[in-house]
Write a protein that binds this ligand. Sequence first.
Ligand SMILES: NC(=O)c1ccc[n+]([C@@H]2O[C@H](COP(=O)([O-])OP(=O)(O)OC[C@H]3O[C@@H](n4cnc5c(N)ncnc54)[C@H](OP(=O)(O)O)[C@@H]3O)[C@@H](O)[C@H]2O)c1
Length: 189
Amino acid sequence: MTRLIYYTATTLDGFIADPDDSLDWLMRQDQDEKGPLNYEDFIKDIGAIVMGATTYEWVRRHEPDQWFYSMPAWVMTHRDLAAPAIEGVKADVRFASGDVQEVYDLMVAAADGKDLWVVGGGDLVGQFADAGLLDEVITYIAPVTLGAGRPILPRRYDLELIEATQNKAFIAARYRFVGPLKEDGAAAG
Ligand SMILES: NC(=O)c1ccc[n+]([C@@H]2O[C@H](COP(=O)([O-])OP(=O)(O)OC[C@H]3O[C@@H](n4cnc5c(N)ncnc54)[C@H](OP(=O)(O)O)[C@@H]3O)[C@@H](O)[C@H]2O)c1
């Protein structure tokens, strides 16, 4: 069954990018690319991806001559953004806006039984989570704090830790998404 997975890297204090969208703190970390929860193994099972406009623009800015994703990709935006037009590179990029349920249904159909990757950012993941569509969070936790930046998941949820291990500089952890945070008041009642 198709699962929606948020696979990302975060600082110890919960940011996936700094306030200027820099990932320099992440790029300089040591990791074993064949080690636990590595990207290469993860991406093999992914049949469609979705990302927010800021993430898409970051990817285009940093890799203007590349598009690394062979599967259909959706970009959530209110704006008229251009799809990658790179000679010799096939990029299946579709733009969408509004209700993530509609995008999810299209992604499931495109993925043909494989899993779905929500690349980020955090609020977009929250939109899928609020709609009951998020299944798992896999994160590499870097030994860095930033104090401010783009949050990993800026809403109140419960998750269950399934796996936690070290990959060089990182804690690599996998969580099952449970649902809205069980608040103290609700637990007492
Ligand atoms: N550490 C990591 O592994 C990792 C992973 C992913 C991303 N990142 C970084 O984290 C940062 C994330 O940026 P971000 O927090 O701004 O999030 P984002 O999700 O990348 O972009 C947010 C934007 O997406 C658009 N959007 C989101 N939901 C939408 C909807 N339902 N309908 C239409 N448009 C929608 C809006 O753009 P418009 O209204 O402007 O069109 C919104 O401002 C980026 O710098 C990215 O590079 C890091």
